[in-house]
Design a protein around this ligand. Sequence first.
Ligand SMILES: Cc1ncc(COP(=O)(O)O)c(C=O)c1O
Length: 415
Amino acid sequence: MKEGNGQPPRRHVETEVLTRGFDPRLSLGSARPAVFRSSTYVFSSPEAAERAFAVALGKIKPIEGEDVELIYSRLSHPNAEILEDHVVPLETGATCAAAFNTGMAAISALFLTLCRPGQALIHTVPLYGGTHHLLQELLLPYGVRPVAVPAGDGHSMKSAIEETEEVAIVFIETPANPTLRMTDIAAAAEAARRCSSRPIVAVDNTFLGPVFQHPLELGADVCVYSATKYLAGFSDMLGGVVTARDPVLVDRLRGTRAILGDILQPDESWLLDSRLATVSLRMNRQSKNAQRIVEGLVGHERLERIHYPAQFEDSEQKRIYGSQCDFPGGIFSLELVGGKTAAFEFLRRLRITRNAVSLGGMESLACHPATTTHSEMSPQQLRDAGVTDGLVRISVGIEDWRDLLDDYRSALDAI
Ligand SMILES: Cc1ncc(COP(=O)(O)O)c(C=O)c1O
């Protein structure tokens, strides 16, 4: 990329993610970072300890370029810092990131940092079941008012932002889990910017980010991830990540993380860091696979509908997809004729795709959201959100798409 004004050349994402942040000299010259399995760090002097605590508590700011000494791994540790440095170039528009031990930990830290009793949190529906549970079971009793807006309903989103008093956060899950309905991030960010309480706009970017959707470029303030999914990519660890433009906001989230004690541990940070360089390769393959499979399933007589961005029929959904996403991604949902019985029968007959919750791993997984991931919602809430009894969510892996298409066709034919 361009060089100029004495600045070092900006490199492409795939290069940055492998080269930035980590200095081999700090790991005895090892080409890959070492794992620093230490709960505490030795200070070079009592004065250095005092200074490190003063910085950590926000009493003073470090001087530019200063290496403030590490304190204790619940606050931060080298593997989390290396990981956070490597996440930043993946997220267009981000200047900083924070790593958590699950996606729910990242979302909880965001809500608990920014919402005070009496304030409102506007969110899209449907919402991942865990986030819905967090809002209803923890935030609501604590006095925070959740305000639900149907995903993709731009008019309701704009009025909710304009008319709700004291909005702390606008939380957008797009595409929504499991209906893939999309919400216009730029329009919500614009409404939030004009609102006197200036709520923080946060996007759960787990389904399409950081490769195919760039919320910070569209005006959002924060992205949250279940890093358990595409970022980690192998269904073998849990993790969460927050990325943002404003370092002060990320510092506040790190402060909450230190209180709640949910930083990602050194081994897990190392593992997640090693997966970042392949996230774009994996997501591209998964998206291409899903696209070909969906094309092969369109019109099957056992299917009432397929929910997939490349197959949107609604003109507003098509517009949002075209304006804010690069590719449709690796997740689609099938709505089967015959409701829950047909959906269960389909899951039972799959031979390659495993019946498990979670998504974004190299292997294909399928689940029945109404009775699993979204079972905390009432029947009415499920109906309103479009999570029907016949809906099966599929996360496509990196297997050969022809085998997967055969798997789905055979299971559908046999019902
Ligand atoms: C969209 C979305 N957000 C957040 C989460 C929570 O992530 P974790 O399970 O890593 O806590 C999930 C988990 O499935 C999810 O699908």
